[in-house]
Design a binder for this molecule. Structure first.
Ligand code: F6R
Length: 588
């Protein structure tokens, strides 16, 4: 949600650089965009509802510019409501992530004092309050600090001052990262990968920190007291990061195809960190998995893997529900938070509460320096590389790979765990080599369907849920995943001739019962898309997924991702940017 990019330096095409940065951040999801640039001592703004257009935009020469991609919260998606917003003098510009919960009260007072508002946003209140503080004699940094201290809610702001060519940034929520460029230039962004072309040295801005950024320096201050603080610079290894699609038409397809390499990397490089996590689990008084959306389905799969392989009970909750289930957390409990972005607010809130209860927090997270990464007591990086498509693919299968290895390590069968993942690797490679044209054809047959049902049992149940979510997200076809045993408890009432039903039928103990579910659907006229190790007479369509024991869930997922992707393509949608969705869900 809401991409941020700011440049101050000596290059005189700052607005182009900011535009390029915003394009890299498009994956976060947005509904409008804008850039403020300083020209001849006055700030001018280009901002529009909708997507950033392809091709060049002509900007005047400037050495300082600030951009934002907005995901609307306060006020509709309009040009006026897009950020940046200016003060009455047009000498200050602001961009903002979050919600200023007490904006209305502040706005009433500012209006009385004669400030003119051009948008319906809470953000605009902030810039007029800062303007008022400057008029009252405060220097710029102090004006921002004292305004920000008045805001309720979780917020991140960056303010540009024309007079001093300075950015001041403050935050209590939402990620911000600053990078030192080469020579006299400094940058700020919502995500480190946007700065990949400029630097590998970052400071991840802490909540409660205020930053002052000029072309010569970056300084940090305590937001509450104004005292100067030290910055913590970190080097980031960009080995797995890439901002382009390579030979693929979409990031989603590229990321689907990256999965074999990621699994191989996990098998070869992650064992020591997983062993460490296993030891912590063995010492804890109870383990809780917490995550949202796709990551929550990985966590749900974890409960089956722990039970089946490690013979251990593990609790599971989606982030937004965790707060209602944590009364029995105590010192010594372990919470494992799974998240691609490490910014999902419901997960962050959950671990804050867990920490208050004295629980230890382990993060399985993809983004280095993210809020979850920084808050967790211990962390494992997923090593899936930057995920750009809004719909999560490779981070999901990476989580599955970690959970499979973890379960095997917990049952003292590390080598077997590695072999099982090797099998998943072969099965996924075969699928990617041999099944794509088949999956495209199936997508063509399903393209006009209004509803798709997806069934699975045991380990394939969370995969059925994930398959349905992927289809919904990118093709906008209503898809419902369920445990196949639940069919006759209600959903089968919806089945009629031609209703598509995707059935996951791995070669495990669920096979017979699951097949029975598919047969019940078929008997009522459903078209069965069997995702299985072998064909069956009841299948109308068949996607072969070779067996990889418990890790069959990885190639099964990849088959579903490909089907979702080609459904989106058949329907003419952009699978990388599904409507209404943002990559990081940082507001409630
Ligand atoms: C679905 C999807 C979302 C995320 C969820 C959690 O494709 O991407 O459901 O999985 O918003 O996000 P992270 O993993 O970043 O915490």
């Amino acid at each position: 949600m809401c991409g941020i990019f700011g440049y101050v330096g000596t290059k005189n095409n700052a607005s182009d650089l900011v535009l390029e940065g915003l394009r890299i951040l498009e994956y976060r999801g947005y509904d409008s965009w804008g850039i403020a640039q300083l020209v001849d001592g006055v700030i001018s703004v280009t901002k529009k509802a909708g997507r950033i257009p392809d091709g060049d935009i002509s900007f005047k020469a400037t050495t300082i510019a600030l951009g934002h991609t907005r995901w609307a919260t306060h006020g509709e998606v309009t040009d006026q409501n897009a950020h940046p917003h200016l003060d009455c003098t047009q000498k200050l510009a602001i961009i903002h992530n979050g919600i200023i919960e007490n904006y209305d009260k502040i706005k009433v007072n500012l209006k009385k004092a004669g400030h003119k508002f051009l948008s319906e946003t809470d953000t605009e209140v902030a810039i007029h309050l800062i303007e008022k503080n400057i008029k009252a004699g405060n220097p710029f940094r102090e004006a921002v600090r004292s305004a920000f201290n008045e805001f309720a809610g979780l917020n991140a702001i960056i303010v540009m001052d024309a007079a001093s060519k300075t950015f001041v940034a403050a935050k209590t929520g939402s990620p911000l990262v600053v990078g030192r460029g080469k020579g006299k230039e400094n940058l700020i962004a919502s995500d480190a990968p946007a700065l990949i072309n400029y630097t590998d040295t970052f400071h991840f801005v802490e909540d409660g920190e205020l930053l002052e950024i000029t072309q010569d320096s970056i300084r940090a201050f305590d937001q509450k007291t104004g005292q100067e603080k030290n910055l913590h610079w970190q080097k980031v290894d960009w080995k797995f990061a890439s901002n382009d699609k390579g030979k693929y038409p979409h990031f989603m397809l590229k990321e689907i195809h990256e999965q074999p390499t990621i699994i191989e990397t996990i098998v070869n490089q992650s064992i020591p960190s997983i062993e460490d996590l296993a030891e912590t689990i063995l010492k804890s008084y109870g383990t809780y998995l917490v995550a949202c959306g796709t990551a929550a389905y990985a966590a749900l799969a974890g409960t089956y893997l722990f039970s089946k392989i490690a013979r251990r009970h593990v609790n599971y909750a989606v982030g937004s529900e965790f707060g209602y289930q944590l009364d029995f957390l105590k010192k010594g409990s372990l919470v494992i938070a799974l998240s691609q972005s490490g910014e999902t607010i419901d997960v962050i809130d959950a671990i804050k509460k867990a920490k208050e209860k004295g629980a230890l927090v382990y993060a399985l997270v993809n983004v280095l320096g993210s809020t979850l990464y920084r808050m967790a007591d211990y962390k494992i990086l997923l090593m899936a590389g930057a995920e750009k498509a809004v719909a999560s693919t490779k981070a999901f299968t990476a989580k599955l790979a970690y959970l499979i290895l973890l379960s095997y390590i917990l049952s003292s069968q590390k080598e077997k765990g590695k072999r099982v993942l090797q099998k998943a690797l072969s099965s996924t490679n075969r699928l990617l080599q041999n099944e794509i044209s088949n999956i495209k054809q199936i997508a063509q047959k399903l393209v006009n369907k209004k509803h798709i049902y997806v069934i699975g049992r045991g380990l394939a149940y969370p995969i059925a849920l994930e398959a349905a979510l992927k289809i919904k997200e990118v093709s906008y076809i209503h898809a419902e995943g369920m445990a196949s045993g639940e069919l006759k408890h209600g959903p089968i009432a919806l089945v009629e001739k031609g209703t598509p039903c995707i059935a996951f039928l791995p070669d495990d103990e669920t096979h017979g019962a699951n097949l029975a579910g598919a047969m019940e659907m078929s008997a009522r006229g459903a078209d069965i898309i069997g995702i299985s190790f072998q064909p069956h007479e009841i299948f109308d369509y068949f996607i072969r997924v070779d067996d990889a024991r418990e890790a069959t869930i990885i190639p099964e997922t990849v088959a579903a991702q490909l089907l979702a992707y080609y459904l989106a393509i058949e329907k003419g949608f952009d699978p990388d940017k599904p409507r209404n969705l943002a990559k990081s869900v940082v507001v409630k």
